[in-house]
Design a protein. Structure first.
Length: 391
């Protein structure tokens, strides 16, 4: 009598399973950095696209109005721009925007606080490119302009207009820092439901009692928290006695490193809410200006020794994926006694007071640290992140 042998199902042994798991683990460990790099590259590419489109919109603005828009660091430049670009603006509109634009609208030219503006270098992009009114006499408060005037009792308030006409750049509303008027802010309890910018409260850190409604939002890259910044070439080096005031920052002391004092507190892994965003300034190039440059070390401390990037147009700067523009540094000249901001050069990544690599001054270690915090910035004059242009 024959016995029928039952077929046994083929399977993996324990050893084989462990080998397969180990191989999968190795493959995953190899793929994760590649995937991470691909995601970072994709995010950077989206930022580059944004910057290119913003730059194109600024060129269209110039073609339309005969002038690049100002970044609001200089009141006189704004006044000159309004006269050139909007010759038919009414006297009432001019008075209205003077009160809206400036912290001290009645200040005389040259007086303290004359240039203090309610619009900063990030908000300027949205203000100028988001659409102006077709009413030539009221380009800013007319229908479709950037600002609406709301009357409450005997008071008038400026609020952001979400229904703007013919924008030169399509700002995605979810990336504008807009919210509703905070009823806790002074004199705004009857403006609930009106759009306002949240940057004075959430971005610049002011308490509600320190401001009224702010009608000027800024624009952030997708998935980021720190905005694009615009610098107008007419005011790259705006300021007095070498104290370059055309900056964009939270103004926190641990981001301005005076005379080489580094507290080491910068942590690129911290979120925006817990770490300052750094300081953005217009950047230089490695092209020397023969009128101010020579190879003597002292002479190279003159910020004019190198030309600015895009010296006749504008700069757009993004903080990069770490939401940090980079640490700042001030130098002190013993001859004059005033602080002069360090201006960085592209593509070398050197500060203006260093002649060449290797960095040899006593501040070399500090310069390298500050340089490292800026290398992932993205601009309209660089090929992607600044690091890509490093020699």
């Amino acid at each position: 009598m024959f016995k029928v042998r039952k077929a046994t199902a083929a399977g993996f042994t324990l050893v084989e399973m462990l080998v397969v798991i180990a191989i999968i683990g190795v493959l995953v460990s190899l793929l994760i950095p590649t995937i991470g790099t691909a995601l970072r590259n994709a995010k950077n590419a989206r930022i580059v696209l944004d910057i290119n489109q913003l730059a194109s919109a600024l060129e269209t603005y110039k073609q339309t109005y005969g002038d690049y828009p100002p970044d609001f660091s200089s009141r006189n430049v704004v006044i000159q721009h309004l006269a050139k670009a909007f010759p038919n603006i009414s006297a009432q509109e001019a008075t209205t925007v003077t009160n809206i634009f400036w912290v001290n609208p009645a200040a005389a030219s040259g007086a303290a606080g004359y240039d203090a503006a309610h619009i900063d270098a990030a908000e300027a992009l949205v203000f100028w490119l988001g659409g102006l009114s077709k009413d030539a006499t009221r380009p800013f408060t007319g229908q479709g302009g950037p600002v609406k005037i709301v009357t409450v009792g005997s008071n008038q308030y400026a609020v952001y207009n979400q229904d703007r006409e013919s924008p030169l750049f399509d700002f995605e509303e979810t990336r504008l820092n807009l919210g509703l008027v905070d009823p806790a802010a002074p004199n705004t309890s009857n403006l609930n439901g009106q759009p306002m910018s949240l940057d004075e409260r959430d971005f610049h850190g002011f308490a509600a009692a320190a401001f009224t409604n702010d009608p000027f939002p800024h624009y952030v890259p997708e998935g980021q928290e720190v905005p694009y910044v615009y610098f107008d070439s007419r005011t790259y080096d705006y300021g007095t006695n070498g104290e370059y005031e055309n900056i964009f920052s939270l103004g926190l002391t641990d981001d301005i490193l005076d005379n080489g004092a580094i507290d080491g507190s910068y942590d690129p892994n911290k979120s925006f809410a817990t770490e300052a965003m750094g300081v953005a300034r217009p950047m230089k190039t490695d092209q020397a200006n023969a009128d101010y440059y020579n190879d003597a070390a002292v002479a190279n401390f003159d910020p004019r020794a190198f030309y600015y990037a895009n010296r006749d147009t504008f700069q757009i700067i993004c903080a990069g994926l770490d939401d940090h523009y980079g640490h700042d540094e001030l130098l002190v000249s013993s001859a004059s006694g005033f602080g002069s901001a360090v201006l960085w050069r592209y593509p070398s990544g050197l500060p203006f007071h260093e002649v060449a690599l290797p960095w040899t001054t006593p501040s070399a270690t500090k310069d390298r640290l500050i340089h490292e915090t800026r290398r992932d910035n993205i601009t309209n004059f660089s090929d992607g992140i600044l690091e890509n242009g490093l020699p």
